[in-house]
Design a protein around this ligand. Structure first.
Ligand code: ADP
Ligand code: MG
Length: 248
């Protein structure tokens, strides 16, 4: 069983505030791990440390064949490789507003992978087709619904051929009726064997895609299990309270 992601004892501090107090994550290829927990408990910080949007202070961190040092930033060429291999999808999509869906997805293949325009365009069309947007390739973000924009963002992340997708609350900014289209895409990717680290409050999404759920509380993983185990029989009072609130 080969681990694609191996994180041990990860610590991160902002000034006097310690946000991560020693988080471990061992994840096999093809596995989807959901990270849940109260607002401010460090979920986004953890994801950001995985692809070095933040530099962790201590612990060990490996993604694929790349060991990421803690306590010091990565060299630029290593950073590029890490970001290519660990694609990020944000709550607020972060698409280029003046570019079409196709151009947004082509950006990475052109400028990061160095593909020719023809190849990049073919890749982008295929990926937009895969997320159900073949008919929307020439639309700009403002001409797309939130669910469509998030699907463009997922296609854009996939265009770099990452080994793992890091998703930070991918359905939280969407109207409830638009969440299913994004859940369907992510569940499909999971079925195809995409490795994912998924921060979410969306219990339907976690149930559909996650093989394992970790509950993060005050900078530590305090509970873990299958979605079924954790959602129906949380062991700690904190997890029970949290689940009661997000279900309400
Ligand atoms: N760049 C930063 N500078 C200072 N504090 C930060 C920064 N990023 C996050 N924090 C703090 O770290 C804590 C965890 O934040 P975050 O990881 O965003 O939590 P979550 O995603 O679980 O809601 C919060 O108290 C937040 O204010
Ligand atoms: Mg967050």
């Amino acid at each position: 069983m080969s681990l694609l992601i191996e994180v041990r004892g990860l610590q991160k501090r902002f000034g006097a505030t310690t946000v991560l107090r020693g988080v471990d994550l061992c994840q096999t290829r093809g596995e989807c791990v959901a990270l849940i927990g109260p607002s401010g408990c460090g979920k986004s910080t953890f994801l950001r440390c995985l692809n070095q949007l933040e530099t962790a202070d201590a612990g060990t961190l490996r993604v694929g064949d790349q060991t990421v040092p803690t306590g010091q930033p990565l060299a630029m060429s290593d950073l590029r490789r890490l970001r290519q291999n660990a694609g990020m999808v944000f709550q607020q999509f972060h698409l280029f507003p003046h570019r079409t869906a196709l151009e947004n997805v082509m950006e990475g293949p052109l400028y990061v992978l160095g593909q020719s325009r023809a190849v990049a365009e073919q890749t982008a069309r295929e990926l937009l087709g895969k997320v159900g947007l073949a008919a929307r390739v020439d639309h700009r973000p403002a001409q797309l619904s939130g669910g469509q924009q998030q699907r463009v963002a997922i296609a854009r992340a996939l265009a770099l051929r990452p080994e793992v997708l890091l998703l930070d609350e991918p359905t939280s900014a969407l109207d409830p009726e638009l969440r299913d289209e994004v859940r369907d895409v992510l569940a499909g990717l999971n079925d195809e064997g995409m490795t994912m680290v998924l921060v979410t409050h969306d219990m339907d999404l976690a149930r559909r895609t996650a093989d394992r759920v970790l509950f993060l509380s005050e900078g530590l993983v305090t509970e873990s299990g299958t979605p079924e185990e954790l959602f129906t029989a949380p062991r700690t009072e904190r997890a029970r309270e949290f689940l009661k609130r997000v279900r309400a």
